[in-house]
Write a protein of this length. Structure first.
Length: 257
């Protein structure tokens, strides 16, 4: 049985406790003990705990970021639903994701404790954490521009998760490039500047550096590798689309040389 089936089916042995457990419990209508012992049911699966933590943090923090500028726009709500749709979530999972998004909008949302537990549950796996930030950046750009308060909040989130301001700027540049050309549907319109931003390099990079960056980015976003590290299976499509964007960016750069 998948992590999701075990969760909604009442098999909570792998379930995280703490604030993440409280959020997902409220979202699916179960009363989890906030102090649940992770080892209570005979060495529960680590990967399933990571999957639960990633899913819970992704949509609750997305809701918190959407509220950062004082209101949640229709574009931001639409983007949240688009992420859910691109993941292939069924109706039940979408309902839970929406509930998490709504909890994230609350004025008393415990952001720092959520981030602290999320980082711990992910065992500081940087590829997962970077993908988490990439998803949040996509949400921040949902209405076409990142509000200064959203940027400040995202920088705070990155600091809590061990991502430097310089690394955040690189990730934000890639997310802005994706927004510029319109995502999957607009790959054939990708500009050269956007292609360099997506590969996280600049125009001064030589051919060897471009190829190295391409391979690094493909490895970092390889869907099977991310799932092995704890990415929920339902999010594989997001990782697959990211590798397709990286491939498209590489082709744009090659054609320009």
């Amino acid at each position: 049985m998948s992590w999701w089936g075990k969760l909604v089916g009442g098999t909570f042995g792998f379930m995280v406790g703490g604030p993440l457990g409280a959020l997902i419990g409220a979202a699916i209508g179960h009363n989890f003990d906030s102090g649940l012992n992770l080892q209570a049911s005979g060495s529960p699966g680590d990967q399933e705990r990571v999957q639960t933590a990633f899913f819970t943090a992704t949509f609750s923090v997305m809701g918190h970021i959407a509220k950062a500028d004082g209101h949640v726009s229709k574009d931001e709500i639409a983007n949240a639903r688009q992420v859910m749709s691109s993941m292939g979530l069924d109706a039940e999972m979408q309902k839970v994701a929406i509930n998490l998004f709504q909890q994230g909008k609350a004025s008393d949302f415990p952001l720092d404790t959520i981030l602290e537990q999320f980082r711990r549950e992910c065992h500081r796996r940087q590829h997962l954490i970077r993908l988490f930030i990439e998803i949040q950046l996509q949400a921040a750009y949902a209405d076409g521009v990142m509000h200064p308060k959203e940027r400040a909040l995202l920088l705070h989130i990155c600091r809590r998760l061990g991502i430097s301001p310089d690394e955040f700027d690189v990730l934000a540049g890639a997310a802005g490039a994706e927004r510029n050309y319109g995502g999957v549907a607009g790959r054939n319109r990708m500009s050269l500047d956007d292609a360099y931003a997506i590969l996280e390099i600049d125009r001064s990079s030589n051919d060897r550096e471009v190829k190295k960056a391409y391979r690094r980015m493909m490895s970092r976003h390889h869907p099977d590798k991310l799932v092995a590290k704890g990415l929920p299976q339902e999010m594989m499509k997001l990782a697959t689309e990211k590798t397709q964007e990286i491939q498209a960016a590489y082709e744009v750069i090659k054609k320009s040389r």
